[in-house]
Design a protein around this ligand. Structure first.
Ligand code: AHR
Length: 499
């Protein structure tokens, strides 16, 4: 039975914020050190220490923002340790991730230089758990003030112009690694910290409160109740975060990223789809306090989380990827797009060598490989700042272990140049999906069609076979008058552009 999709091309809805397609880079394992950062003296081509091939790959997917320095690391990070001459910076133990020595070689100046090289907005996560409001206030001033002692210090360290960093997280997972606080205690702390995290002239801030994980609606309720209406009436928070990881078998992760069967595939799809319910729940709570959706839901950590690759440091969270993760990424991004009235920032965890990365690098600055998730992020770049189009679908609902998910998931948007992009995935690992698609009010003219699929579900991109899975032209698509027909192979993703 084909799946019928109708894209209502003449009914553009809300803008899909480009920041939904952001990434996250933590001082964890080989994400920053020996991942993005190779150092200025490395043989690996780099610009001021940042690996050029990786920067180019992130530019290619039009990465809109990058969250840093954590994660759990953020609430143990003291920004002053990462400025000034590199050789004089303190060496600390990274207690969260493998107990390795953190050299602080990458600090504020280096990270903000990376963002300028990529052309993305920085999203800095401040320390609430072990820091103070004064420390966070000073970091904002150091980055954003045009004058004063902290601006002078910044200039002495090589940067005269303020960076005007807009996106600031006020803590991370403060119910856990960020201080083990109760919702009520954190809400108070948030109000205290947010008071001092100030706007500077021409540098208004977007403050994101540390949010819930999964379906902890109580946490969201308390933050909205306490911080939405600030002391002078306006919201004290522009965003409230949410973290959701797909962990087959739950924490601690025990299932490897590869070598799974159809059951293992279905578990990931079903767990992936659960974030739809979670977002609905958090939206309903937020709507009660903020019906105009002034405060965004910021899903600033999401992705798959498996057992680490054999022989790698368990604290480094290095995992491989297959087409299953690419379909999970497509499914998740479709959910974010469907909730784009409220979900306006999201960050895939993490950029390189950690969890569901878009790239992997060989140890010691060796070869680089792009993962299938990188291809998906490339497909979805077309939706950045476009207007969502309603999609009507009669896709079957699949069931697994008491959970449900759609057999085919699709989203569509209208860009400023009047082109329509449809992104869709077949979540079934065993059966192809026959699709018929109609664009109401338009005769479909396909300007580009691409497919990401893999004959063997467990294939990975490796350093020896770097593009074993790679997007390719989707040749089997047919246009017949007003109807488009296509057959998606089992477990595949497609992107269709209509002029
Ligand atoms: O992304 C890895 C870790 O997962 C982050 O540091 C933390 O915020 C989350 O628990």
């Amino acid at each position: 039975m084909p799946t019928h999709l109708t894209v209502h091309a003449a009914e553009p809805g809300p803008v899909i914020d480009r920041h939904i397609f952001g990434n996250f880079a933590e001082h964890l394992g080989r994400c920053i050190y020996d991942g993005l950062w190779v150092g200025p003296d490395s043989k690996v081509p780099n610009v001021r220490g940042w690996r050029s091939d990786l920067v180019a790959a992130l530019r290619q997917i039009r990465l809109p923002n990058l969250r840093w320095p954590g994660g759990c690391f953020a609430d143990d990070y003291h920004w002053r340790e990462g400025i000034g001459p590199r050789e004089k910076r303190p060496r600390r133990i990274n207690a969260h991730w493998g107990g390795v020595v953190e050299t602080n070689a990458v600090g504020t100046h280096e990270f903000l230089d990376l963002c300028e090289q990529i052309g993305c907005e920085p999203y800095l996560a401040g320390n609430v758990g072990s820091g103070s409001p004064a420390e966070l206030r000073d970091w904002v001033e150091y980055c954003n003030a045009a004058a004063g002692s902290l601006a002078d210090l910044r200039a002495a360290n090589g940067r005269r112009e303020p960076w005007k960093v807009r996106l600031w997280g006020v803590g991370n997972e403060n119910w856990g690694c960020g201080g083990n606080m109760t919702a009520e205690y954190y809400a108070n702390e948030y109000r205290r910290f947010a008071t001092y995290v100030r706007d500077f002239p021409n540098a208004p801030l977007y403050r994101v409160a540390g949010g819930a994980r999964n379906d902890d609606f109580h946490w969201t309720d308390v933050q909205m109740r306490e911080a939405f209406k600030g002391p002078i009436g306006g919201p004290m928070l522009q965003g409230l975060s949410l973290h959701y990881y797909v962990v087959p078998g739950d924490f601690p992760p025990k299932h490897p990223a590869t070598g799974y069967n159809h059951d293992g595939w279905k578990t990931v799809m079903a767990l992936g789809w659960k974030i739809d319910d979670h977002i609905r729940g958090h939206r309903a709570v937020m709507d009660r306090y903020d019906p105009a959706a002034k405060t965004a839901l910021v899903v600033d950590e999401w992705g798959s989380w498996y057992a680490v690759e054999p022989g790698t440091n368990p604290g480094f969270l290095y995992q491989q990827q297959t087409i299953r993760d690419a379909v999970l990424a497509s499914l998740t991004l479709n959910i974010f797009i469907n909730h784009c009235e409220r979900v306006r920032i999201a960050n895939l965890a993490q950029t390189v060598n950690v969890l569901q990365a878009v790239a992997l690098t060989e140890e010691g600055g060796g070869r680089l490989v792009l993962t299938p998730t990188w291809d998906v992020m490339g497909f979805y770049a077309a939706h950045q700042d476009a207007r969502r189009l309603p999609v009507h679908s009669d896709a079957a609902t699949l069931k697994h272990e008491g959970m449900t998910y759609p057999a085919v998931s699709a989203t569509a948007s209208l860009a400023a140049d009047n082109s329509v992009t449809v992104t869709l995935c077949n979540t079934d690992p065993a059966a192809p999906a026959e699709i018929t698609l109609a664009l109401t009010g338009r005769t479909p003219v396909v300007s580009e069609a691409r497919l990401l699929a893999s004959a063997d579900l467990n294939t990975c991109n490796t350093f020896d076979h770097p593009r074993a899975i790679a997007s390719r032209p989707f040749d089997s698509i047919r246009v017949n008058g007003t109807q488009v027909t296509a057959t998606l192979p089992p477990g595949a993703i497609a992107s269709l552009r209509f002029a």
